[in-house]
Design a binder for this molecule. Structure first.
Ligand code: MG
Ligand code: ZN
Length: 221
C-alpha cells in the first residue's frame, strides 16, 4: 500500500477513537486541553503554576506524555493532582500522543475527580498536530528563545491550535525574536488563533491564561 494511504488509514482509525474519548469526556463533564510545544518551551513549568493557582477552584487532572522518563509526572504529583504518565517509548517510541494512548490510560485516572484534564503532549512541533485525542482545545506554547520563524516551519501546528501561548516573554529583550513578525505569520496561517504572552517564570500573563481555562471549565457548570 502506498505510504500516503497507510497514513490516511492511521489517521482515520485515530479519529474514531478520539470520538470515543470525547463521548467519555462529555459524559463525565470534563474539559480537555491538548498542550503541545517543542522540547523545553515550558509546558511542565506552566502546568505547575496553573495547578497551583487553580487547584482550589477546579479539579485538575494531568496526562503526562514523554518518550521515556516520568520526571514531569513526578513534578505534577507533588500537587496531589490526578496524574498518569504515558511513556511512548514502551509503545513503539512514538514522538506524539494519539487517541488510543489516551483511551488506554483513562482507567488509571479517577475521572469523577477531574473537571479539567490537561494532556501534556510529547515535546515536538510536528506530528502531535495531526492526532486528535478527543480534546476540547489544542493549545501550543512557543517560547521566545525558539525563534519567530516557527509558523513558517511548522504551519500545521499553528493551523490546528485555538490558542498560542508565547512563553518566556521576560527574555524578549535578550532574544532575536520579532514579536510582530511572529504574530503576522501565525495569524496568516490561522486568523482565529488567540495569542497570550506569558512568562511561566515571572507570572506575567498567567491571569489571562487562567481566565481562559476558567471560561472553558464553565462549559459544564
Ligand atoms: Mg515537560
Ligand atoms: Zn510522532
Amino acid at each position: 500500500m502506498p505510504e500516503i494511504k497507510v497514513l490516511t488509514k492511521i489517521l482515520e482509525a485515530n479519529e474514531t477513537i478520539a470520538r470515543e474519548n470525547r463521548k467519555i469526556f462529555n459524559k463525565k463533564k470534563i474539559s480537555v486541553i491538548n498542550l503541545m510545544s517543542g522540547p523545553g518551551a515550558g509546558k511542565t513549568t506552566l502546568l505547575e503554576k496553573t495547578i497551583k493557582e487553580l487547584k482550589d477552584k477546579i479539579k485538575i487532572g494531568v496526562i503526562e506524555g514523554d518518550i521515556s522518563t516520568s520526571m514531569d509526572a513526578e513534578r505534577i504529583k507533588r500537587f496531589n493532582t490526578e496524574v498518569v504518565q504515558i511513556n511512548t517509548e514502551s509503545i513503539g517510541g512514538e514522538c506524539h500522543i494519539d487517541a488510543n494512548m489516551i483511551k488506554n490510560v483513562l482507567p488509571q485516572l479517577n475521572l469523577d475527580k477531574i473537571e479539567l484534564l490537561i494532556i501534556e503532549n510529547v515535546g515536538n512541533l510536528v506530528c502531535p498536530a495531526e492526532f486528535n485525542v478527543g480534546e476540547d482545545k489544542k493549545v501550543m506554547i512557543l517560547s521566545v528563545t525558539e525563534g519567530d520563524d516557527k509558523p513558517l516551519k511548522y504551519p500545521l501546528m499553528f493551523h490546528v491550535c485555538q490558542l498560542l501561548l508565547i512563553n518566556k516573554i521576560d527574555l524578549l529583550p535578550f532574544c532575536d525574536f520579532d514579536l510582530d513578525n511572529l504574530k503576522k505569520n501565525a495569524l496568516r496561517i490561522n486568523p482565529q488563533l488567540e495569542i497570550i504572552k506569558i512568562s511561566a517564570k515571572t507570572g506575567e500573563g498567567l491571569e489571562q491564561w487562567n481566565n481562559w481555562l476558567i471560561n472553558l471549565w464553565k462549559k459544564y457548570k
